[in-house]
Design a protein around this ligand. Sequence first.
Ligand SMILES: Nc1ncnc2c1ncn2[C@@H]1O[C@H](COP(=O)(O)OP(=O)(O)O)[C@@H](O)[C@H]1O
Ligand SMILES: CC(=O)OP(=O)(O)O
Ligand SMILES: [Mg+2]
Length: 414
Amino acid sequence: MKILVANLGSTSLKWRLFQFAGGEERLLHRGGLERVNDYGAALEECLGELGRAGHVRGAADLAAVGFKTVLARGVTGCVRVTESVLEAMEAFNSVAPAHNPPYVAGIRLFARRLPGVPLVALFETAFYQWAPEAAMRYAVPESWCAAGVRRWGFHGASHKYIAERSAELMGRPDVAERVRRLYVDGGRTPVADPPLRVISCHLGGSSSITPLANGLALGNSLGMSPQSGLPQNNRVGDLDAFAVPFVMRTLGLSLEEVERQLCRQSGLLGLSGLSNDIRDLVRAAGEGHAGARLALDVFVHSARHWIGSALAQLGGADALVFTAGIGENQPELRAAICRGWEELGIELDPEKNAAVRGAEGCISTGRSRVRVWVIPTNEELVVAREVKRLLEQEAARGGAGESASAGAAGSSVN
Ligand SMILES: Nc1ncnc2c1ncn2[C@@H]1O[C@H](COP(=O)(O)OP(=O)(O)O)[C@@H](O)[C@H]1O
Ligand SMILES: CC(=O)OP(=O)(O)O
Ligand SMILES: [Mg+2]
């Protein structure tokens, strides 16, 4: 069974093609494009590359295409994409303006280009279904919460992968197995003592930090929208809610203009006035650009704030993990984030830290009580496994029937 996963990130397109056969998972192909603005053209390039490599010449070559979709009204988990799922995503376009519109368009493009191939979505919010209610609520009236104003949490596929892989690296196969089975039994797979406490730092085009207790999320720095928490590439991150009516009144901005500026001209770009890409900012800061320096400093300050929160929620940590575009590749920022934490039992080894870029490795000293890791994420594998499971469930039921999640009913788009 061949499953393609298309990961439409806020700055990139990444894809991986997996073959599942006889209990084995094999990666057949992977690729990606950076600094993407036109996702339609990027997806055509992906399909072209898969065709030229001889892997996907037509619909018959694929069992399914999986998508790491962000959020939808009333839908989570792993579902067949139906018209009503797309409508539920569109209903939250204004909550995830950088993510939902390109995903809906991208899914429709696959439906046209690969007619008949099952299209399946694993929503990023799925990983937080079991997080404590106190970690997921805002202090707003109940009617706001009922309308969707609550913390949803994102980067679920990535933090799930880190939960599993970090448990393996920390010698905890029991916790890794619980994580693998999470969407089967809701985290009820038993684990041994002592508890494994991991802080997962996904730092990329969007960034988020999650405390993991025995593989389960206790929350996420991303809240109701993927524009919260740390400053994002060109999206705002945390902001006092009263700033919005204030700038509308005092600067005379329309609601649409406020939304546009918060989503396109804020974050690292807004702070630096230069770029939304950390590579440009590190280079420019080195050349004395004050805006770039400020953007990096705010990013580091915010990362430390959220790691501190995770440390407090977990009551300490056994491992701290850096992943995604920035976390995997940027030793200078990892060092700045972990500065002065020896008393907390976190001590980076400067040489190991400098040496690990885009690869898996431990970057803490032998003395460090908390082991610090770089783990390249594999969101696509997490999605592909759930897609496979859904197809197998459907086959066992004798066809693509009703899906487990609310709101997923309706005619399949493919
Ligand atoms: N080789 C690299 N060195 C340093 N930073 C990088 C590198 N590659 C990517 N980045 C940073 O990571 C971001 C992309 O993160 P990533 O998680 O891969 O993408 P997305 O958010 O689109 O899913 C870039 O915008 C850039 O800031
Ligand atoms: C929220 C999310 O999935 O972020 P990104 O697209 O940047 O990876
Ligand atoms: Mg991403």
